[in-house]
Every structure is written in C-alpha cells, then in structure tokens.
Design a protein around this ligand. Structure first.
Ligand SMILES: [Zn+2]
Length: 216
C-alpha cells in the first residue's frame, strides 16, 4: 500500500471519529468514502468508529469489486460508488443519521432558506431524496438525483448525505446541515421561520464560492 493510500485511509478513520465525537452518529450507522484514482476507499460495515483502523477500510474498484479476504464494505457502498462516479467535482461522501437531519427527513421536510449557512449545502435549501430501502440501487438513484447540483441532501426516513471536493469539507457540511436542521426544527416549534429570499441566497452562494477560492 503506498503512502497516499495509507494517508487517505487515516483521514477516513479521522472523519468517522470526528462524527462520533460531534454527535453526528451513534453506533455503526455512519459511513464515509473517498475517491482514490479510479477506485474508492470506503468504511467497512459493522465496525464502530472507536474500533475502526486504517487497514479496515475497503478498497473497491469502479464495478464494486473488493478483496473478499478483507472486510465487507458498508451496506451503502452502491450509493457512495454511484455518487463519486456521477460527480467528478466530488472526492468524498459522508452519510450519517444525525438526529435533527433525520427528524426532518422522517417528516419529509426539506430545510428551507432560513439562515445564510443553509447555502453551504450548495443550494438555497436542502432537499429530501425520496425513500428507498437502504443499500438498494433505488436509493442510490434517489440520492444521486436529489444531489444534482447540491452538496447535501436529506434522505427520507433515513438520514443525510453529503458529497464534497474533500473529506474535511464533507464533514463540515454534514455538521452544518445538522445545525440548520436543529434550528429549523426549533423554529417549527415557535411558529415557523422567516425565510431569506432567492436573491439573497444566490448572493450568499456567490460569496461562498469566492471565499473558497481565496483560501486555496
Ligand atoms: Zn444510513
């Protein structure tokens, strides 16, 4: 295994640990993947973040093949693989069942433009991908469609999913989606949010883009 692959495996383990610490996940429910050349590195199924090691990460080719002697990949591997194939702009996928995002997803409520930080999702709102059984190709398709032009989406009766240029960015977006989901949930309890207009959300999206370029 070359140094780059080892480093990327370590980063995936770090993101899983960070999701655990930040309360984005419980147990073994979250999964993370990253592009590695033509292959994908993805978290294994059934290993809690506290026990996860770089050597547990599964390397999968474009057809979904992996070493049968090693760990089995996450049950959501098809969703990760398809997303990375469909999105050349993305190199990382983070999926989790964070509480408030999942609450809204179970109520089939997209997160509207209630705060300017909603724009980190890549659009003026965070849509809900229609429900399909976990691990199914229908779910992979539903999620790919909802994420067209977006970094983040909720998954009906399931959780949230993020694609991003890098692992760290994907983690930060997932964290922000959870925060905005919590804020939206709170506003629903006190009569609803006052929303920002489309013009303002477009302006904010543009500012986020140039902010990202400056940081490079
Ligand atoms: Zn899931």
């Amino acid at each position: 295994m070359d140094e780059l692959e080892t480093k990327l495996r370590e980063q995936i383990v770090d993101v899983m640990a960070a999701m655990d610490v930040r309360g984005l996940n419980r147990g073994t429910s979250g999964n993370v993947s990253a592009r590695f050349g033509d292959d994908v590195l993805i978290t294994p199924t059934g290993i809690p973040p506290s026990a996860l090691k770089p050597e547990h990460i599964v390397r999968m080719d474009a057809e979904g093949r992996y070493d049968p002697a090693g760990m089995k990949p996450s049950s959501e591997w098809l969703m990760h693989l398809k997303l990375l194939q469909l999105r050349p702009d993305a190199n990382a996928v983070v999926h989790c069942h964070s509480r408030f995002a999942t609450t809204l997803a179970c109520a089939n409520k997209p997160i509207p433009a209630l705060h300017y930080m909603v724009a980190v999702s890549g659009g003026p709102s965070v849509p809900v991908a229609p429900y399909a059984t976990f691990g199914s190709s229908d779910l992979a398709e539903s999620v790919c469609e909802a994420l067209a032009g977006q970094y983040a989406a909720l998954m009906a009766n399931h959780g949230q999913i993020v694609v991003a240029p890098g692992l760290r960015q994907a983690l930060l977006i997932a964290e922000e989606v959870e925060e905005q989901a919590a804020v939206y949930w709170g506003t629903l309890a006190i009569g609803g949010a006052t929303l920002l207009g489309d013009d303002e959300m477009t302006r904010i999206s543009e500012r986020f883009k140039s902010y990202g370029q400056k940081k490079k």
